[in-house]
Design a binder for this molecule. Sequence first.
Ligand SMILES: [Zn+2]
Length: 88
Amino acid sequence: MSKLSKFNVMHQNMTALAPMLADNEYKSRRPQMCWKCQQDKPLKGGKMKFFGGGLRRFICKSCVDEKQRATTNQPQPPTKGNDDGIQP
Ligand SMILES: [Zn+2]
């Protein structure tokens, strides 16, 4: 009896969450135009950037990955005035 009522509570929680999850799934399934490569790409893994005035731009996953690779490969800018008093 106690097992059954526990299950019922869980089931009710799942039902309450279902519409929200379905909405998220629907949104993530809709392809968006990536403003970098100008192609319809799935939202999953990509990034949505919001600007003022309701403007938003979507960057697909491959473009995000590419940008990340470019930034990590860039040499670090030399630090100035950071070695004062600190000697290795
Ligand atoms: Zn792209």
